[in-house]
Structure formats: C-alpha cells, structure tokens
Design a protein around this ligand. Sequence first.
Ligand code: XUL
Length: 525
Amino acid sequence: MALYLGLDASTQSLTALVIAVEGSTRRIAFETSLGFERDLPAYGTRGGVLPSADSLVAEAPPLMWAEALDRVMAAVAASGLDLSALRAVSGSGQQHGSVYLNTSWAPALRRLNGRRPLVDQLDGVFSRARSPIWMDSSTSVQCAAIERAVGGTAVLARLTGSRAFERFTGPQIRRFFERDPDGYGATDRIHLVSSYLASLLAGADAPVDRGDGSGMNLMDLARGAWAPAALAATAPDLARRLPPVVPSSAVAGTLAPYWVERYGFPRARVVVWSGDNPCSLVGTGIVVPGALAVSLGTSDTIFGYLREPRVDPSGTAHVFGAPTGDWMSLICFKNGARARERVRDAHGLDWDGFARALESAPPGNDGAIMLPWFEPEITPAVLEPGARTFGLDPSNAAAHVRAVVEGQMLAMATHSGWMGERIERIHATGGASGNRAILQVLADVFGADVFQLDAGNSACLGAALRAYHADRTAAGEPIGWDEVVAGFAEPARASRVAPIPANVRIYAQKKQIYARREAEVIGCT
Ligand code: XUL
C-alpha cells in the first residue's frame, strides 16, 4: 500500500487528506482540518483574514500558515497511519496570495531544526509581515497601470490568461513596491501561498507551478514561463525575486530533515503545490477534453478543461495552467444559490416544490426569459442588479422557477462558448447538484451527460492525487490521469442525467435568443 498526502491551505483553514492506493483498491485513509480563527486565535484573524480599517484590503499573517502546517503535519504523524508508506506530499493553496521574504529566508530554510517549533525558526524572515490575499481589491490603480504598460487589457489577457484583476499577484506586488519601496527593496523572494508552504516542507526554495503561476498576471500562459513584458510592467528587478515556473508534476525535493526528526516522516517526495482551482479540477475528475465541472453553490462556478491556451474575449473568465499540462478555465457566476432561493421564496415553495414546479413548466418556457441578476453579476459584468424578465406571466410560479434555472444554464453555455470545446460530460457538485430537475436543464442546455459528484474537499483531494501522479512519473512508472482519479473523483454511473434530444434542439435556439437579450440589456445598463 502507498500513501499520498494532500494539504489544502484555504482562506479559513488548513486541511490534510491522505489517500491509500493498493492496485485498484483506493480509499481516503485520514483527514483532518485546522481552522485559523478557532485553532490559532493568537493571530487575531476573522476566518483567516486580518481585520483592516480599509474595506478594500484583505491580508493574512504568513507565519500563521507556517504554524498551521506544523500542527497539521503533527496530526498526520499522530494519526496511526504507517508513515513509512508515505511516498509523496503535495498541496493546494488559495490562489493569488503572496509572501515576501528577505535574505535570511534561504539560510533559515536550510537550517530548520527538528527540536524547535517551525515558527520560532522563521523569526525575521519576512520583509512584509502581512500577506495580501485573494479577497483584496485595493489595486485598481495598479491594474490600470499594468494594462497600459503592456499595451492594453486584451494584450495582458492574451499573454497571461486574464486581464488585470485586483486580487492577482502582479498588481499586489506593484502596490507593495509603490507604497513601501524600502520593503520591496529588502525583499529577496516573493512566493505564492502554495510555493511558500512547499518550501517549508522541502526545506528549500520551491518553484511556482504553472497552474498557480497563471493567477498572477505575470506568466506567459502558453509558454508556462515568466513573461518579461508583464514583469517589467509590474515592478523593477522582479525576475530575480520570483522562483522559477515549472510544470505542476515537478518534484521540489523531499521532506526536509525537520519533518523527519520532529514527527518521524520518511523522506517522501515533495511535489510542487498548485492553486486551489487547478487542484479542484483534478479533484472533480476533469482530466480529459470535453469534460466540465459545474459547482452549483452560493456562486455557480465552471471548471473547464482546455486543450489550447485560449482566453475569454469578454475578459470575465480566467485561464490557468491545468495540472495535466493542458489548461483550464474558471468562470464564476455570482447569482447562484441566492437567485434560486429568491425565486423559491417569492413563490412560497420549498426545494421539493421548486423541483416539481420546474418539471411542470415546458422546456423552453414558451419563450419566456429571465436574466437572473438579482445581485451584481461577474459573468457577464453587471454592476446594477435587478433580474430582467421577458414574456413571463407574473402569477405563474412554475414559469418563474423554470426561467431562473434556464437563465442560469443558458448563461453558463453562452459564456463558456469561447472555450471552443465540445462538452460531452459534466460533473455537477455543490448544494443544488442534488436536484435532478435542475441537472436535467443543465444536460439539455449543454447537450451533454451530467453526473452527480460528491466532491467533498476537491482541492485537497486534487492535491493528494497530484502527489500520486507525480510520484509515479518520478519513479519511472507513469500512469494516466484517468487511472489517477479512478475510484476517487469518479461519479457513480447511476447518477447520470442524459440530455433529451428534443429539449437539446429547443435550447440550441433559445441560447441564441438569450445571448441577444443579454447583449441588448448590457448595452443599455
Ligand atoms: C480564484 C480565486 C479564489 C481563490 C481562493 O481566482 O480568487 O478561488 O483561489 O479560493
């Protein structure tokens, strides 16, 4: 039996998940989680984020992440698992967050001593005590300056996979340089959350993987290497401060003597960490062309597998490197669960009643349309909220229920069209994926099979699966991604919802009408 450890440093917590693989027998052998606010109160965070007087600023203490790593590794060691079977470790980090380190970082890593807690040995290594994280939106000025310097929004999007976004690392680095040039000057290394924690595991500076690297507005998406024009547009002398970019299956080293001496870990391979979204792509089993994961949660999110480094011409979606060596899209629709709830509540229904109402209205809804923007929307960009309806009878509850679900699914199909992939299979996760009436609309709009997937912590599972894949490759016994995810991120066949051909034809037409309506309304907002 071989064990693989995945770690997930998310905004609020650090989770560890160990998978056991023995031939075709696969299981999750251990899982544990530490909440930053609850378990590490001394750092004073609320849900992992430091309080700030400026509502646009969101930061977290990088030392807290190190302490959490130490504690979670201690819990894995105390789990009763046979640690000698541990072959490899990898991880998933909240994307975009950055850690700023001075010249004492590299020697401190080399000297880590198993007799003293990790945090005691990181005293003085940070050139910035607070790390900006993905919830920060304080860098609009820097975003505009970077886009101007590279030749415009579309140029930056084509080069790096995304236009400039406030939370992306490049704009954050530029703001740090502008506001604290001395702090920037004292910075010898800038890590992502992912590469920082991988460095602590390996006891040496770890590279950035091309999945997380593409969330920075700094990496050439097609080449998987730093983009000199983006670096020059961001801050001076940036290249020497960044670790190299490597494929997501690269091995950064082995567990440092610290982990061996302190907790009895073997010198297992440390596989480079990636971002939570690339890890989730693997953890939801999206490892082949034509596959898409749709998470129906507070927001509705699409993870799509891309064979080519295409970008979204509208600039709302992101394209990241995928752990498979290909690419992935991340498309977020803010009006997810809450929009469905608004309609459900407005008509006095519970979820069963909502499903029955949905089924009782005809597919296509006799031409009625809802643009479901109850709140400001990300995709497409709508700042002024307000659902718009066309041809809907106000007293017809079933038509409203069908209209909100159709509107959401038609928006997903419309705004994923740029991916240029023929979608054959969708893995549905999140709260509303338990509702098969909703999944039927999804299947009919995309003309694809939909499967229900109980994803659990897909980012953490994805990290463990990446460790498994990279370990086998490094050992000279490479295995395919299909085999990696089998038994772990594979939906049950019985959960399949097949598209109904007559409905697929209805929605092929309605998609065009929906796109026209949307364009008209956006044109006049
Ligand atoms: C993606 C994003 C978040 C973070 C934190 O662009 O900002 O999903 O990765 O989860």
